[in-house]
Design a protein. Structure first.
Length: 335
């Protein structure tokens, strides 16, 4: 076995969208939020403590505004074992500007004045609930644009983590997102730019091959809507022709996440960025885990992934802000 001193270094970050739970196939809730998943956070933090993981909790307004939920989080935050980031769900965050549909649920579709007002309300609630001024931000439902990045810079944020590599929809396009941590160009946020105020930390998404351009081309070929009835995506998964993989223990098994470690190393990415939703810690909280014992499944997947990653790299466990300092010091970030 290769000695530890000969293995490459990898920073490992786990970030969690810490939010209300609801039926993702139904309408967006605007009142009477359920945040029962907060009861699982102390046990999840204890699990992370045992592995050395220092989570970053992206907390939304509904979670911070609920006294019982915030009481579960506050001792964890006060202990310094984690970081708190800001997570903006338009439907759950005042001020309100009417009903929230699919279009309005994406932050990138809101008028900037509405986004700013909601962000100010969120920051005030996080200060009131936890006494924190967050350094990291993530949109609800992913995606970011230049004017929101500029808003974040004006509000004093140093980190954004809203980019979801190899994904696009009708409202934003992250398909060509730079895979390593980088300083985004505000005119073209998927690319590195010249500004040095706001770092982008994409979550880890990749394939079961190490050439991202080649594997993306394969995936796009088999996932064309015109070919959907042929079920080529499923066939490609079973034959290993191409597998799109997510470093997320709520959707990918520990074994299936293993290739993402090799994908990161082959593409000189100094970081593994795992992500999940707090609502997945309770059974049927998101619909992403159908089997009972969701939290146990998530924890087993994390343990299995880390056991493999530890054979391939020397892991350092950080919050996002800690990772920003460490990566910048070690290797710099993409320019």
């Amino acid at each position: 076995m290769t000695g530890a001193r000969h293995r490459p270094d990898l920073v490992f970050v786990l970030s969690m969208d810490t939010e209300e739970e609801w039926d993702w196939s139904g309408p967006f809730p605007q009142r009477d939020f359920s945040v029962a998943n907060a009861d699982r956070l102390p046990a999840f933090q204890a699990f992370c403590d045992g592995l050395g993981i220092r989570p970053t909790y992206f907390v939304d307004y509904a979670m911070a505004d609920d006294p019982a939920a915030s009481a579960q989080l506050r001792p964890i935050i006060d202990s310094g074992r984690c970081e708190v980031g800001a997570h903006l769900h338009p439907w759950a965050n005042p001020p309100y500007y009417g009903e929230t549909g699919e279009y309005e649920s994406h932050v990138v579709n809101l008028p900037l004045a509405q986004t700013e007002a909601k962000l100010e309300a969120l920051l005030e609630r996080l200060r009131g609930a936890f006494g924190v001024v967050p350094n990291a931000f993530r949109t609800g439902r992913w995606g970011i644009n230049g004017e929101i990045l500029e808003l974040l810079r004006r509000k004093g944020f140093g980190i954004d983590s809203s980019m979801y590599p190899f994904f696009r929809n009708a409202y934003f396009d992250c398909e060509q997102t730079h895979l390593q941590p980088y300083w985004p160009d505000f005119d073209e946020p998927v690319r590195p730019g010249r500004q040095r105020d706001l770092l982008e930390f994409p979550v880890t998404v990749g394939f079961n091959g190490t050439d991202p351009a080649r594997m993306l081309a394969r995936y796009k070929a088999v996932s064309r809507p015109a070919l959907e009835r042929l079920r080529l995506v499923g066939l490609s998964w079973h034959t290993r022709f191409v597998r799109k993989l997510y470093l997320s223990p709520e959707v990918t098994s520990g074994r299936d996440m293993r290739p993402l470690v090799d994908f990161a190393l082959a593409n000189d990415n100094p970081m593994l960025h795992m992500y999940l939703h707090s609502s997945s810690l309770i059974d049927h909280g998101t619909g992403l885990i159908e089997a009972p014992g969701a939290m146990d499944i998530i924890q087993r997947n994390i343990e299995e992934l880390l056991a493999y990653a530890g054979t391939r790299a020397n892991l350092t466990f950080c919050t996002l802000s800690e990772a920003a300092l460490l990566i910048d010091h070690r290797v710099g970030v993409a320019a």
